[in-house]
Design a protein around this ligand. Structure first.
Ligand code: CDP
Length: 346
């Protein structure tokens, strides 16, 4: 065994003895449990409190937990302007059987913001949003991402990037062999700029270029090719492994992130979906008729649902949401409510 240092911090709602001792006790218990420490192996604990917490000594919480042999000491926290208020910080030294790099540091309540890097890893969530074209996925995903601080990943943009590459290079996207032979030359990535995602194809920002009807049609073709899907799904999983995401697409809940905490399948009447897409493209100045959009969406619905490899399908554990008669706000509130339920359960 070797001596290891474990950090912890929490915040307290009121400057009352009971609140300080309860929150400190909860923090200590979590530090001990998560790191499998025996009471007798704790050597010492240093506590600091911010100036606004003077109703109790947090060390008293350790004594009340039966930590009687360890050396305990309370300190005032060094005051820094605009730093976290009502905060108890802990440094515990204990003999442990793990490397220092394996120690689990614990941040609770408002103190989570002190170590976002650690908390992110533990409290990472994934929201999977699937459904056909025009069901409102991207609008809702952007809205929810902004409100909850999640990263929005538009997987359709990646299939669109493959289609755009083929169109630009005069490769027939209907020819699977030709498309696959070019796959290794396509470098597809996402760049975060001003809290917005930009889609990058071989170093070029293609975020706007991939929205044309021609690219939509190509995307839905190349999305039926197994090798294309495998390449893009690997990128998508990698992105979700590093951060909390809301990811939209066709196979997110069924294939890309089968363990996502929340899965929503958004649907809607095809005429209503075509109307939304028509209005969206018209606003962007892309000239196209409603009938063309309707037939494009019907064709893509067919391609997406009938392809052999990871077709568009509601995951068994996904919530079905028909958005035909729902406003953006209503759908957003519904999904945020579901995410809140999951976060609170934790
Ligand atoms: O925005 P819209 O729903 O029109 O399409 P998108 O999400 O940008 O996706 C474009 C095309 O990529 C879809 O028609 C699907 O064929 C395909 N796709 C897919 O197969 N799997 C995904 N996870 C995302 C998109």
């Amino acid at each position: 065994m070797a001596t290891r240092a474990i950090r912890g911090a929490t915040t307290v709602k009121e400057n009352k003895k009971e609140s300080i001792l309860n929150e400190t006790s909860r923090l200590l218990r979590k530090m001990i449990e998560e790191n499998n420490i025996m009471n007798g192996d704790i050597i010492s604990i240093i506590f600091t409190v911010t100036k606004d917490l003077d109703a109790a000594f947090p060390a008293a919480a350790a004594r009340a937990l039966g930590i009687v042999h360890a050396a305990l000491l309370d300190f005032p926290q060094h005051e820094v302007r605009d730093a976290l208020k009502m905060c108890v910080r802990v440094m515990m030294y204990a003999d442990m059987n793990v490397m220092q790099s394996e120690v689990k540091h614990i941040y609770l309540n408002g103190a989570k913001i002190l170590r976002k890097d650690l908390v992110e890893e533990e409290n990472k969530i994934a929201v999977a949003l699937d459904g056909p074209a025009g069901s409102g996925k991207s609008t809702i995903a952007k809205l929810v991402a902004k409100k909850l601080g999640l990263t929005y990943i538009d997987t359709g943009a990646m299939y669109r990037s493959v289609a755009l590459y083929c169109i630009d290079k005069d490769i027939d996207y209907n020819n699977e062999v030709d498309v696959i032979s070019e796959l290794e030359n396509m470098n597809i990535g996402i760049l975060s700029a001003n809290k917005e995602q930009r889609y990058i194809l071989n170093g070029e920002d293609v975020t706007e270029l991939i929205r044309s009807p021609e690219v939509s049609e190509g995307a839905s073709r190349v999305a039926t090719y197994k090798a294309v899907r495998e390449k893009l799904v690997a990128i998508q999983r990698e992105l979700a492994s590093k951060q909390s995401v809301i990811m939209d697409g066709r196979d997110i809940g069924t294939n890309v992130l089968p363990n996502a905490e929340i899965k929503i399948f958004m649907d809607g009447d095809v005429e209503e979906r075509a109307k939304r897409r028509y209005e969206e493209l018209s606003l962007k100045g892309i000239s196209v008729t409603y009938d063309e959009i309707l037939s494009d969406i019907k064709q893509r619905d067919h391609n997406d649902s009938s392809r052999a490899y990871n077709p568009l399908r509601k995951a068994d554990d996904a919530i079905l949401l028909d958005t035909t008669n729902m406003s953006i706000e209503e759908v957003g509130d519904f999904i945020i409510g579901k995410i809140d339920d999951v976060i609170k359960k934790d």
